[in-house]
Design a protein around this ligand. Structure first.
Ligand SMILES: Cc1cc2nc3c(=O)[nH]c(=O)nc-3n(C[C@H](O)[C@H](O)[C@H](O)COP(=O)(O)OP(=O)(O)OC[C@H]3O[C@@H](n4cnc5c(N)ncnc54)[C@H](O)[C@@H]3O)c2cc1C
Length: 451
């Protein structure tokens, strides 16, 4: 049995882990084979990215190396570009980004689709030039450095307009990524201003622009309402029912008629299923996710299981019994729970045992809003402040799919509690060759006679 898992994120890694634990002997003897194809050599645990941006977690600790964790599986650092399920084969491209394709075909017997989702972009003037994303470790570190550089710039310049633009931070999209990143960075920047002789936390302007009438669509309405109240209490300017019309020349033009200059524009306006889904022969539902049965088997349009095809996570439209059968929200809690069941059902199917349906436990929801600040909703009602913050941290620590990473993150949090927060920009690490290249420019023979 050749099992192919596409995507090594929350769902893909969990399926791989559970299958390798049970099939260990058969994998060793070569009877079975599990291959995981993932463009990054690691899983990124997105719910803690905002803490990477805030500097409370080391960037390397929110990623889980796939080869070490999935030691019984074959891990290919590559991107799947086409799935031909009828022919039981995929095409993969193993070339590093920006290089010519190293294309190969890979046959399989059983397919697990878990390529997740990607950020949705929009044709807003100026967005491509000035916008920053927030979905990867690189973007989280880059955004942290960028925000701290703006504080340095505002403190140094004598131009009041430049200072105002440097101190204005605009986030578009109020889902997990936008709310988490804004709240954590606002908290960090507020703290960082204490180190500047001419900056106050009140000089900073934070604007959250959201097209719909609520924030956090992935979470319960109660949690969203509490989070909104917390953000507004912190003087964060949340504009609901508003869109960004233009960001050309770093001038933000909003649909409510307001215009202001801002040197920071973070685009986190929604997600869409991984583009790979359009290059498969698997049945999709209206919003482009894979049609799934409650057993996590891929479903034919007339509701029968498509042989040898399974799916979980953001890319899968799995009916949620708690929401009258409409698809589960794309969040880590569902992705991890679906992956556990998917692996159990694959093993049951191989043994000829009956399959179980996906019935998620009641979701405990929480969102972190900075050091010591969070909002959570448990079965017993809403929680805010430190208790919510501890609950939020405990939930994510438990879900992190690696014991070693859990210990490292816990150590980061303990150290952050012992020492003062680190708020220095290391923007130069993003351009490691800049100084070296500048040296060559200085050495070039000039009008005054040269070297
Ligand atoms: C910034 C941010 C913050 C978030 N915060 C929260 C939170 O607080 N709580 C919460 O519950 N959820 C949160 N989420 C959502 C959560 O991270 C996702 O719902 C979850 O990761 C989905 O798991 P997945 O396995 O489906 O996708 P992912 O974990 O995204 O994994 C998909 C993997 O597939 C790979 N892949 C994509 N295309 C291909 C291809 N063609 N070939 C091979 N591999 C491919 C990708 O590289 C990726 O590693 C957040 C998301 C983001 C971006």
């Amino acid at each position: 049995m050749r099992i192919l898992i596409i995507g090594g994120g929350c769902a893909g890694l969990t399926v791989g882990l559970r299958l390798q634990q049970t099939l260990r002997a058969r994998l060793r003897s070569g009877e079975d084979e599990i291959t995981v194809v993932e463009p990054q050599p690691y899983l990124t645990y997105h719910p803690l990215l905002a803490e990477v941006a805030a500097g409370t977690i080391d960037p390397r600790h929110v990623v889980v190396p796939l080869r070490r964790t999935l030691s019984g599986c074959r891990v290919l650092t590559a991107r799947v570009t086409r799935v031909d399920h009828a022919g039981r084969r995929v095409r993969i491209d193993a070339a590093p980004p920006g290089e010519q394709g190293l294309l190969t075909e890979l046959p399989y017997d059983l397919l697990v689709m878990a390529p997740g989702s990607v950020s949705r972009t929009a044709p807003v003037p100026g967005l491509a030039e000035h916008g920053l994303g927030f979905a990867s470790v690189g973007e989280a570190v880059g955004l942290r450095n960028h925000v701290l550089e703006q504080l340095d710039l505002a403190s140094t310049t004598r131009d009041p307009e430049l200072r105002q633009a440097a101190l204005t931070f605009v986030f578009v999209g109020a889902g997990y990524a936008g709310v988490g990143a804004l709240a954590e960075l606002e908290d960090m920047a507020r703290y960082a201003t204490k180190g500047y002789h001419n900056l106050d936390a009140e000089d900073l302007r934070w604007v959250l622009v959201e097209a719909t009438d609520r924030i956090l669509p992935e979470e319960s309405a109660e949690l969203a309402a509490h989070t909104l109240a917390e953000l507004r209490e912190r003087s964060i300017d949340v504009r609901l029912g508003t869109t960004l019309e233009s960001a050309a020349d770093r001038l933000m033009v909003l649909s409510d008629g307001s215009r202001f200059a801002a040197r920071t524009l973070v685009w986190t306006a929604g997600i869409r299923p991984a583009p790979l889904l359009n290059a498969t022969d698997l049945p999709l539902v209206g919003n482009g996710r894979i049609r799934c049965l409650p057993t996590l088997q891929v479903s034919t349009p007339d509701g029968r299981p498509l042989p040898d095809a399974w799916s979980a996570g953001d890319c899968a439209a799995v009916p949620d019994p708690a929401a009258d059968g409409s698809p589960c929200a794309p969040n880590a809690q569902h992705a991890l729970a679906q992956a556990e069941l998917l692996a159990a059902n694959v093993l049951a199917a191989l043994d000829g045992r009956p399959l179980r349906d996906y019935r998620p436990e009641r979701q405990v929801c929480s969102t972190s809003l900075g050091v010591g600040r969070a909002v959570a909703h448990t079965g017993r009602g809403p929680l805010t402040g430190r208790r919510a913050w501890w609950l939020h941290r405990a939930r994510h620590l438990r879900r992190m799919p690696s014991t070693e990473r859990r210990v490292r993150i816990l150590t980061d949090w303990l150290l952050a509690g012992l020492f003062r927060r680190e708020v220095v920009s290391l923007g130069s690490v993003e351009h490691p060759r800049a100084e070296f290249e500048a040296g060559f420019a200085d050495d070039r023979p000039g009008p005054r006679g040269g070297r």
